[in-house]
Design a protein. Structure first.
Ligand SMILES: *Cc1c(COP(=O)(O)O)cnc(C)c1O
Length: 431
């Protein structure tokens, strides 16, 4: 679909990219290939598949026809050469770093991240011998200073969850590329409809498809998209990509596959050996969600702006941290990186602090109090007592999740109903 991808609009691609009527049955909607393995035509065919000389399906841990449609669709929407799906957003973060890292290596990450990512990077990754260096990405000198000879990537979120922060992707890409390392961007909160990081210098995009891409809170999933332009051979930093691969009889991925080296490594090594494949049923649900992505994101953004503007002038509210508001220090970055809108996740400070926040989440009726975002339904959570509970107070504040902070994920309901629900709950919480 690559030539067509240049001419078709986003609304067309979100419906068609990667899909065609099922060659076996003519089924127009992508079928759910709920199966594990695929019969070889003959022994030569089997050998060619296992040698990566011919593309095809072997075993669903490595690839599945339903999942493959989702991969091509997201690669097209992001403008990448290849994408690999996996079981969750957290699996995608492992998958994005696995081709780059080895024991003793490090990567530099923004301190403004999804709370679960801070835990995963700071604790679980130590088991692999991977070190994360958290920095304030608003301070270019701090980012540069954190990079050393063992650094393999710079990592940030486009629109950072939860604090309404928008990363300066061009600046970060410049710093990363000067040091010979790729910029990895978690684009979960923005989706490719609102922001296309690969057009702003990013090399790899990561998604939790669990959120807006699926959009109906039915299916966990992750995705890693490669732009295909990073030169893995230039710096000598990426032996996994350039040196002979012992588990593939000495295959050199970058030399053999060029701009698809990262994607092939992710399938042939990461999925094969780590095994975090996506279920076909989840890929199907996510494909259904993506069919209406642009329509939903427009409404998410419109509703979020209405709710944020209302809260900003509410007497029980200290501040609203939403990049879509003119009062936000990141408002100018909306025009640069996500001109169609600042997504629908944002935080606000409640007068009365921790106790008032807990009362607030217990008083809402239409909003659901739960740990998710990007659902069609509106969601509320008090980060300090839930998602960011395991972090130190300093980490909580750095991540925009202090004790007075409530996070909203604004859904697709009638905006006035959402505003009325927050008004009645704030009245009970703050009095
Ligand atoms: C949810 C989320 C993740 C983790 O994704 P899962 O699908 O829950 O594993 C990572 N990054 C961001 C920005 C998220 O919102």
């Amino acid at each position: 679909m690559s030539d067509e991808a240049k001419t078709y609009g986003f609304d067309t691609l979100q419906l068609h990219a990667g899909a065609q009527p099922d060659p076996a049955t003519g089924a127009r909607q992508t079928p759910i290939y709920q199966n594990t393995a695929y019969v070889f035509r003959d022994a030569d065919h089997a050998a060619a598949l296992f040698n990566l000389q011919e593309l095809g399906f072997i075993y669903s841990r490595l690839g599945n026809p339903t999942v493959a449609v989702l991969q091509e669709r997201v690669a097209t929407l992001e403008g990448g050469v290849g994408a690999v799906a996996c079981a969750s957003g957290h699996a995608a973060q492992v998958m994005a770093l696995f081709p780059l890292m080895g024991p003793g290596d490090n990567f530099v990450a923004s301190s403004r991240l999804y709370g679960g990512s801070i835990n995963q990077f700071g604790h679980a990754f130590k088991h692999f011998g991977w070190e994360v260096r958290f920095v304030d990405t608003e301070d270019p000198d701090a980012v540069k200073a954190a990079i050393d000879g063992k650094t393999k990537a710079v990592f940030c979120e486009s629109i950072a969850n939860p604090g309404g922060y928008i990363s300066d992707l061009k600046a970060l890409a410049g710093i990363a590329h000067d040091a010979g390392v790729p910029l990895l961007v978690d684009n979960t909160s923005a989706t490719p409809y609102l922001c296309r990081p690969l057009e702003h210098g990013a090399d790899i995009v990561i998604h939790s498809t669990t959120k807006y891409l699926c959009g109906n809170a039915t299916s966990m999933g992750g995705m890693v998209v490669d732009k295909g332009t990073f030169d893995w051979g230039a710096s000598g930093r990426f032996p996994n990509m350039t040196e002979p691969e012992a588990s593939y009889h000495g295959l050199k991925f970058f030399e053999t596959f060029g701009n698809l080296a990262f994607t092939f490594y992710s399938i042939a090594i990461t999925l094969r050996d780590i095994g975090m494949c996506q279920a076909p049923m989840n890929a199907f649900q996510t494909l259904l969600g993506i069919e209406t992505l642009s329509l939903r994101m427009d409404k998410h953004c419109e509703n979020a702006l209405k709710v944020a503007q209302h809260l900003e002038q509410h007497s029980a509210v200290e501040y609203v941290s939403y990049a879509g508001l003119e009062s936000s220090p990141y408002y100018s970055r909306v025009a640069e990186y996500c001109p169609k809108g600042a997504s629908s996740i944002f935080t606000f400070g409640v007068k009365g602090g921790y106790d008032a926040c807990v009362k607030l989440v217990d008083s809402v009726e239409l909003f659901s109090h739960l740990a998710n975002l990007g659902d069609a339904r509106s969601l509320i959570i008090h980060s300090a007592s839930t998602t960011h509970r395991q972090l130190t107070p300093e980490q909580q504040s750095a991540a925009g999740a202090g004790p007075e902070v409530v996070r909203l994920s604004i859904g697709l309901e009638t905006a006035e109903d959402l505003i009325a629900d927050l008004d009645q709950a704030l009245a009970k919480a703050v009095g």
